[in-house]
Design a protein. Structure first.
Length: 240
């Protein structure tokens, strides 16, 4: 685990450069709205009375709606949908929308996945199994020769976990990178935490001191009590 922690900062920086603050916030807002809409559609328009069937139908509809919105938002933020469903520089094919971003000559293949609960791996399918092979170079290992994939694109996922107690709600959204054996996460961070140190989060301006509203005179006359003033007046006027 200590080796993995030492490896996290370099590729986390690449993730933060490619997956901008505005992209992630846009995805979060829209996918939360999509989850609620899918719930309302199943509840109000399907007539399903069996809760198990209703939940299953909602899960299928929710993911398909999220998948389409994910694709649209990523492309609007400059991502390129994989041409023909083939991962660049490989012959690996994928069958769901994966989008590629590139910053500073580093490519990020970005996908969407639903997880049954936070921090669990999403179900393994052909597309994800093919894509995680890109992460071989991120996995700590003893390298006795130069065989195997070289450093290149990283495959990362926008992970969405439905709320287990509140229908139509999302419990957690996270950014994750799965190892090439599809056995565990090399990197997992809830979205709020990921955004808190984000590269393009605007800095909070330091407060500017306000100009004083009341200006003091440069020379202030000493206070003279009334009784002293009366005595002074009596001396000047000659009265007793």
């Amino acid at each position: 685990m200590e080796e993995i922690r030492r490896m996290i900062p370099p590729f986390k920086r690449q993730l933060m450069l490619a997956l901008t603050n505005s992209l992630l916030l846009n995805l979060e807002d829209d996918l939360r709205a999509v989850a609620l809409k899918a719930h309302e559609v199943v509840r109000d328009h399907t007539g399903l009375k069996d809760r198990r069937r209703a939940r299953g139908g909602e899960g299928q509809l929710r993911f398909r709606m999220m998948e389409e919105r994910f694709e649209e938002i990523c492309q609007a933020h400059g991502g390129k949908l994989l041409d023909g469903g083939v991962i660049p520089t490989t012959d690996l094919r994928v069958f769901q929308p994966f989008v590629r971003f590139e910053v500073e000559h580093q490519g990020i293949i970005f996908g969407l996945a639903a997880t049954p609960e936070p921090k669990t791996l999403p179900p393994k399918n052909k597309s994800r199994a093919a894509a995680v092979s890109l992460n071989y170079h991120l996995t700590p290992r003893l390298a006795f020769d130069e065989t195997g994939p070289k450093a290149g694109d990283i495959f990362a996922l926008f992970l969405v976990s439905r709320h287990r107690e509140r229908a139509g709600q999302i419990e957690e959204i996270a950014i994750g990178v799965i190892d090439s054996q599809y056995a565990s996460y090399l990197f997992y961070e809830p979205l709020d935490s990921f955004l808190s140190g984000h590269a393009d989060t605007p800095p909070v301006p330091s407060p500017t001191p306000l100009e004083p509203q009341v200006k003091l005179k440069s020379r202030v006359a000493p206070f003279v009590p009334p009784e002293a003033q009366s005595a002074s007046d009596d001396k000047e006027t000659g009265t007793h």
